[in-house]
Design a protein around this ligand. Structure first.
Ligand code: NDP
Ligand code: 8X3
Length: 249
């Protein structure tokens, strides 16, 4: 039985991936800051597989190290790492951007991914086996107006993924990224700080990607034979041609 470690499993893409993996019998370490959500998901998924929860903020490297060190023996060999935790904070032109939003995006989306990966990569290199999937974004492949720092953080995820793949090449570890376009999750609600009307508008008028669509693709990626590494995937809804071109009815 394989063990997967999923960050940001309390909602959206991470939660859908946890559900999909559990149904396929993959042992899970599910992570996030919202304890109640993690516990509820653990209870739901325990019918399918073994599930352990870890509560930490990806910005806190000490908390992460302690959490990973606390894993019970049966969860310690992590085969699959899904670096998914992340969000956009704000959508403002650079001249009026909020420094706290910039810090959040760079600290969570970029440094958080590194902090989580480090202790897990150390073990993977010892075992000469493992699979790392970073959730990037189309915002990591192109830049859209007012996306400045979020796009920068996701471009960093793209570059860091390539760097990790190069460095881990001789250690037999699979490394790749999946870059979704718009997916209907809590993402815009977080970006617009709870302004639900504004958030809902982002996904209106077209058949938007759902978290389950991305979970399905992640499951496909992790179930390829070991000699196959899907290195880079861009996933759009049919109605979306680029970050700024969406065919809405
Ligand atoms: P959600 O807001 O639904 O989920 C975000 C997840 O990240 C939550 O589980 C949240 O958990 C976790 N998270 C956020 N900040 C922290 C933190 N400081 N420490 C630990 N965990 C944290 O959004 P999505 O599912 O849409 O986003 C998942 C990933 O997909 C992100 O990296 C996002 O950038 C990317 N993405 C999203 C797209 C979209 O359109 N939705 C498109 C392309 C990429 P908790 O709050 O419990 O800590
Ligand atoms: C999320 C997709 O276009 O809102 O990464 O930046 S977008």
């Amino acid at each position: 039985m394989k063990t997967a470690f999923i960050t940001g499993a309390t909602s959206g893409i991470g939660e859908a991936t946890a559900i999909r993996f559990a149904k396929e019998g993959i042992r899970l370490v599910i992570c996030g800051r919202r304890v109640e959500k993690l516990r509820a998901l653990q209870e739901e998924l325990s019918h399918h597989t073994e599930v352990h929860t870890l509560v930490f903020d990806v910005r806190d490297t000490n908390e992460i190290q302690k959490a990973i060190a606390s894993l019970p023996t049966s969860f310690q060999e992590i085969d699959i790492l899904i670096n998914n935790a992340g969000n956009a904070h704000g959508l403002d032109p650079i001249q009026t951007g909020d420094v706290a939003d910039w810090d959040a995006m760079l600290d969570i989306n970029v440094k958080g991914l590194l902090y989580v990966s480090k202790p897990i990569i150390e073990k993977m290199t010892q075992r000469k086996s493992g699979h790392i999937i970073n959730i990037g974004s189309t915002a990591g492949k192109e830049v859209y107006p007012n996306g400045n720092v979020y796009c920068g953080s996701k471009h960093a995820v793209d570059a860091i993924t390539k760097g990790i793949r190069l460095d881990l090449n001789k250690h037999n570890i699979r490394v790749g990224a999946i870059h979704p376009g718009m997916v209907e999750t809590d993402f815009s609600n977080v970006r617009f700080k709870g302004d639900k009307q504004r958030a809902d508008k982002v996904y209106q008028g077209f058949d938007c990607l759902q978290a389950e669509d991305i979970a399905d693709i992640i499951h496909f990626v992790v179930t390829r034979p070991y000699h196959v590494n899907i290195a880079d995937l861009i996933v759009l809804s049919t109605a979306q041609a680029s970050s700024t071109v969406v065919h809405r009815l």
